[in-house]
Design a protein around this ligand. Structure first.
Ligand SMILES: *Cc1c(COP(=O)(O)O)cnc(C)c1O
Length: 379
């Protein structure tokens, strides 16, 4: 089945008791048993809930995986993956990781005796050099936030294949429409469903997709034991969002292209980071592993003064200043003072997060209206 058809139909069956075409919100904590243990597959909603089951099947189908597992947030899903490990195990991850993931790794799990290394994954040789006999997990993010670096997933999979090392990919920025890491050798795909999959900035939810039956069982055990599961109302909202994922991503991508190509030509704009531009450092890898390039991008204002960025941000009318991304409405952020404020200035500038860097999550509005807004604010 092609992606668009899966987005509309995968995982969803008409409700057998009523014929309702949309999966109902099963707002129930428990399920009647005819005799002890005699039930219809559902006992308690932390363990299983029919609305969540439908969503888990849909997400697995979109990522070409066998098993989906949903969590109360993207962070809760990452938490479950690290709980597969034990003290003494090592993790290799990227040096421009999502800030919340970095915090979870270093502030929560390091004290439990798990060791994390952060390397520049632009060159897979750095990953190879960091892998030791104790390495049990390689955690990748691509594209990265906020400078949209691309990691060559097939090359990383070569390094973990055949070893006792799980390769996990945070696929939030790409969404399953732009990229399917499992097809390139990943063992686990993780999503902050909050972003493009939900797509309407109205729900916080996370997910994992895996192929291996044993791995799925271990993760389901953690999901049920630790209990970071989403409610049925949130699962319903995501089921609804997914039905238009392909339409939204096509528009995010075409709007993204129009804006990136316009920004590059603007005399006040310094650098533009969008993987679809031939000038992007990892454009060739992006072309190989992504179907299109999406609406996430960042750029600097010439001179690189924070004051110019602040003035620009408060002059935009359509682009709204807010955390998060992936909704139908265009959002923008200032990483240096928002998401990356806790990183020392020198280190932050080395990684490309300079004082005037502005991140855009380009929405699905009319592209000319969006360009007009950027033009008047830059003016
Ligand atoms: C938002 C985000 C997360 C965290 O997800 P939540 O749903 O906010 O818990 C993880 N990774 C990336 C890349 C994100 O953008």
């Amino acid at each position: 089945m092609k992606f668009s058809t899966k987005a509309v139909h995968a995982g969803v069956e008409p409700d057998p008791s009523t014929g309702a075409i949309m999966t109902p919100i099963f707002q129930t904590s428990t399920y009647v048993q005819a005799a002890p243990g005699d039930h219809k597959g559902y006992e308690y909603s932390r363990t299983h809930n029919p609305t969540r089951t439908a969503l888990q099947h849909a997400l697995a189908a979109l990522e070409n995986g066998k098993h989906g597992l949903c969590f109360a947030s993207g962070m809760a899903s990452i938490d479950a993956v690290v709980k597969l490990l034990k003290p003494g195990d090592e993790v290799v991850s990227t040096n421009d990781l999502y800030g919340g993931t970095y915090r979870l790794f270093t502030k929560i799990f390091e004290p439990y005796g798990i060791k994390f290394q952060f390397v520049d994954m632009g060159d897979p040789a750095n990953i190879a050099a960091a892998i030791t006999p104790k390495t049990k997990l390689v955690w990748v993010e691509t594209p990265t936030n906020p400078t949209l670096r691309i990691v060559d997933l097939a090359a990383v999979a070569e390094l973990t294949k055949g070893k006792d090392i799980l390769l996990a990919v945070d696929n939030t920025f790409a969404s399953p429409f732009l990229q399917n890491p499992m097809d390139l050798g990943a063992d686990i795909v993780m999503h902050s469903v909050t972003k493009f999959l939900g797509g309407h900035s109205d729900v916080v939810l996370g997910a994992l997709v895996v192929n291996d039956d044993d791995l799925a069982e271990r993760l389901a055990f953690i999901q049920n034991s630790c209990g970071g599961t989403p409610g049925p109302q949130d699962c319903f909202l995501v089921l609804r969002g997914i039905k238009t994922l392909h339409l939204r991503m096509e528009r995010h991508s075409s709007n993204g292209r129009a804006i990136a190509e316009w920004l590059v030509k603007h005399p006040k704009v310094g650098r533009v980071y969008w993987p679809g531009l031939p000038s992007h450092a990892n454009h060739e890898v992006a072309k190989r592993q992504m179907r299109d390039f999406g609406g996430m991008m960042s750029f600097t204002i010439k001179g690189d003064h924070q004051a110019d960025a602040t003035k620009f941000l408060s002059s935009c009318q359509l682009f709204t200043l807010a955390e998060s991304l992936g909704g139908v409405e265009s959002l923008m952020g200032h990483p240096a003072s928002m998401t990356h404020a806790s990183i020392p200035r020198e280190a932050r500038i080395l990684s490309g997060v300079t004082d005037s860097l502005i991140r855009l999550s380009v929405g699905v509005e009319d592209p000319q209206d969006l360009i007009d807004d950027l033009a008047q604010a830059l003016g």
